[in-house]
Write a protein that binds this ligand. Structure first.
Ligand SMILES: [Zn+2]
Length: 98
């Protein structure tokens, strides 16, 4: 965005790159803007900003898949290896110490 901040003080700011260029007149400010927008750094930033929702969606899908895998694991996990008979649980020779 190009703004006039004062006499002979035209400022171009790129919010994406956090870049701030000051030129003495509007035409040089426009030229600076075009030069910046053609620069590699700005291009990569634009591409990154465009891909951000996609990356976020992919990470959401990954977390959803992880939680689903956890659920499936909880459902199909084998039962704990403990006897059904509580008297066997109280038998300390086998279940917990001497
Ligand atoms: Zn930029």
């Amino acid at each position: 965005m190009i703004r006039k901040e004062g006499k002979a003080r035209w400022v171009y700011t790129c919010d994406l790159c956090n870049v701030r260029l000051t030129r003495p007149d509007q035409f040089r400010a426009i030229e600076a803007m075009q030069r910046h927008q053609r620069s590699q750094e700005h291009g990569f930033k634009v591409i990154g900003a465009a891909l951000e929702p996609f990356v976020e969606a992919m990470s959401n899908i990954a977390t959803a898949a992880a939680s689903m895998a956890e659920t499936v694991h909880a459902v199909f996990a084998p039962p704990p290896n403990l006897p059904h008979d509580p008297t066997l649980l109280r038998d300390r020779r086998k279940w917990g110490g001497r």
